[in-house]
Each structure stands twice: as structure tokens, then as C-alpha cells.
Design a protein around this ligand. Structure first.
Ligand SMILES: Nc1ncnc2c1ncn2[C@@H]1O[C@H](COP(=O)(O)OP(=O)(O)OP(=O)(O)O)[C@@H](O)[C@H]1O
Length: 238
């Protein structure tokens, strides 16, 4: 079943064109990666698909809904973790989860979620006192508190130490096991290779390649996804 269907998506900012014509499909229960150089348009795709930004053109359906006109209904069924997300410094982990749960008609049990994601010991810790890894865990838990069918994660593991990153990979796989569809924006090709069922590489506002890690490696005539990425984008640095 197709969960996200994007066709000819266009978006310009005052600074210029961010998305030229992006088309892609995400199937139910997969971890779908979006990779590409800085400024390629990855976050813009996520923002348009999650109803946070208006598109200029093209069609977009998420769970059969239009993120623009059906924004309220969609917001109840998706979870979003954005790059550079922040919470008030003083808010406690437990308070943040309880507050987010109150935004949804049928939320998950936030206490259970807190236990499940190893946050119970941090329940009374203030947001500002958490290390980067714990903040990321909290953001994953917050993205899940509405019992979403689709979760968008934008550069979730950037800034994490290697063990926190591996831990987060486990958490993302858990989501897939529960039948949640995951869209993961990442700059790390090892991460994309380890986690993603399929990946779209976006460059200059267009999808330049799409497929499973294996298919992309074959397309790029390479031995690893990172080498394939360089071959396909024609860039030596991401
Ligand atoms: N709010 C905005 N106002 C103006 N221009 C923007 C805005 N957001 C993004 N852009 C521009 O649109 C283009 C695409 O940005 P976007 O953040 O979607 O790329 P990205 O692939 O997520 O980049 P990165 O990997 O650096 O996070 C860039 O040229 C960026 O400067």
C-alpha cells in the first residue's frame, strides 16, 4: 500500500527554487531514506509532506490526505521530528511527553512510551540538562506520542556519538516492526545502508536516483552506498 505519493512537487522561496519537480512514493511499513547535498531540498520535501509548508505546485498525498487542505486530520496521524527542534529549557521530560500527548485525540500512553524509550530515569530532568543523545531520544518519543502511522525524522542522528547513533538505529527499526512507516532524512550513507529499505537521492530540487541500497550501489557501479552517492551526485563531498 502506498502511504506517501508525491508527484511533480514544486516549491520556491524568495531566495530561489528549492524543489523543481520531486516525485516519489513511499510504501507502508518501510524505512524510506532521503539523502542529498546541503540545500538539495530534503527538509522542504518533509515540510511540504507533513503540512508545515505550502507547496507551489504538484500533487501530494499522505495516507490519502492532502497535507495542505487536510492538515488537521493528517496532524493526528503523523509524527514529525525536525532538524534543530527545541523545547523550553525548563520543561521536564515527563511534562513534555504529557503535553504532546494532550495534542492528540487518541494518544499513546506517554508513561509507557517513556519507559520503552529508556526515559523513565530522566522523567524529572529539565530539557536543557539533557545531553544531545537524550534529547534525540525524547524527540523520537515525542514524534511517537500521537500513535502515528507515518513518522518523519530529519537528521535525527546528526551530532550523536557512535553508540547513541547505533542505539537510535535500534529505535527506528522498532518503529518499523510496529508497522510505522518511517521517512528518514540523513547525510550518513552507512546509516542509510543499514536502515533504509529504499532511498531517494535529491539534488538541486530533483530526485536523481531512487532504489534499495543495493540497487543504488549497482546504479553507481560502486562497492558501497557512499561511493555510489558520490558517483550519482557527481560530488566528492556531501
Ligand atoms: N525558509 C526558507 N527561506 C528561504 N529559503 C529557504 C528556506 N528554507 C530553505 N530554503 C532554501 O531552499 C533550498 C533547500 O533547502 P532545504 O533546507 O530544503 O535543503 P536540505 O536538503 O534539507 O539541506 P540541508 O542538508 O543543508 O539540511 C536551499 O537553497 C535553502 O537555502
Amino acid at each position: 500500500m502506498t502511504v506517501i505519493e508525491i508527484e511533480g512537487l514544486r516549491k520556491s522561496y524568495k531566495s530561489g527554487r528549492a524543489l523543481d519537480s520531486v516525485s516519489l512514493k513511499v510504501e507502508h511499513g518501510e524505512i524510506f531514506g532521503i539523502a542529498g547535498p546541503n540545500g538539495a531540498g530534503k527538509t522542504t520535501v518533509v515540510e511540504c509532506a507533513s503540512g508545515l509548508r505550502r507547496r507551489d505546485g504538484g500533487t501530494l498525498r499522505v495516507l490519502g490526505l492532502d497535507p495542505q487542505s487536510d492538515r488537521r486530520e493528517l496532524a493526528q496521524r503523523i509524527g514529525v521530528q525536525l532538524q534543530e527542534a527545541a523545547l523550553p529549557d525548563a520543561i521536564k521530560v515527563g511534562e513534555a511527553l504529557r503535553m504532546y500527548a494532550s495534542f492528540y485525540d487518541a494518544p499513546a500512553d506517554w508513561r509507557e512510551l517513556m519507559d520503552e524509550w529508556g526515559l523513565a530515569d530522566k522523567k524529572r530532568a529539565g530539557f536543557a540538562s539533557l545531553s544531545g543523545g537524550w534529547k534525540q531520544r525524547l524527540f523520537v518519543a515525542l514524534a511517537l506520542v500521537g500513535n502515528p502511522e507515518v513518522v518523519f525524522l530529519d537528521e535525527l542522528t546528526t551530532g550523536l556519538d557512535p553508540s547513541a547513533r547505533r542505539m537510535t538505529w535500534g529505535l527506528i527499526r522498532n518503529m518499523r516492526e510496529r508497522g510505522v512507516t518511517v521517512v528518514l532524512v540523513t547525510h550518513f550513507m552507512d546509516e542509510a545502508e543499514a536502515l533504509c529499505d529504499r532511498i531517494a537521492i535529491i539534488d538541486r530540487g530533483r530526485v536523481i536516483a531512487e532504489g534499495s541500497p543495493r540497487e543504488l550501489i549497482t546504479k553507481g557501479r560502486s562497492d558501497s552506498l557512499e561511493d555510489a552517492y558520490f558517483a550519482l551526485t557527481g560530488r566528492e563531498t556531501a
